[in-house]
Design a protein around this ligand. Structure first.
Ligand SMILES: CC(C)(COP(=O)(O)OP(=O)(O)OC[C@H]1O[C@@H](n2cnc3c(N)ncnc32)[C@H](O)[C@@H]1OP(=O)(O)O)[C@@H](O)C(=O)NCCC(=O)NCCS
Length: 124
């Protein structure tokens, strides 16, 4: 059964400007080391960062998780073929589990100035 869905659109330029205003600090606050390594290794890092931020926002919409989570508890990882998925840690994982979420589905796209993510939360 679908427990929740979430979608988010993040302007790439807004993400790039925010990160430029707070070099390193914002990037370290929002993204895990793995996410940072993935994005930094790509030609247009800001597109990939914006997509990951959109994925985290979409997940929050899908899960209605409590406030006060660390952004690092919501992590986007990619499989060998490039398909993204969400891994939850700590309080976010506990909140999702107690809400009955067994599986999360994530799709990402980005082009020019827009990055979009869509999340579906599913029960067992
Ligand atoms: C998967 C695929 C459709 C993505 O198309 P695309 O236009 O490059 O993707 P978009 O620019 O819209 O979105 C990029 C995001 O797609 C996601 N993505 C990449 N590979 C994916 C895959 N195999 N499955 C699902 N999502 C994938 C990633 O999250 C990526 O963003 P990220 O790098 O920031 O994580 C494309 O890479 C593809 O066709 N791969 C298969 C190639 C192939 O075998 N072609 C020949 C047979 S038709």
């Amino acid at each position: 059964m679908i427990l929740g869905i979430g979608i988010d659109l993040t302007p790439v330029s807004r993400m790039a400007e925010a990160m430029a205003r707070h070099p390193d600090r914002l990037e370290a606050k929002l993204f895990t080391d793995g996410e940072r390594a993935y994005c930094r290794a790509r030609a247009d890092a800001a597109q990939h960062f914006a997509a990951r931020f959109a994925a985290k926002e979409a997940l929050l919409k899908a899960l209605k998780v409590p406030p006060g989570l660390s952004w690092h508890e919501l992590e986007v990882v990619c499989d060998e073929g490039g398909a993204p998925r969400l891994e939850l840690h700590g309080e976010a994982a506990r909140a999702a589990s107690s809400a009955g979420v067994a599986r999360l589905h994530l799709s990402i796209t980005h082009a020019a100035d827009q990055a979009l993510a869509f999340v579906v939360a599913e029960s067992a």
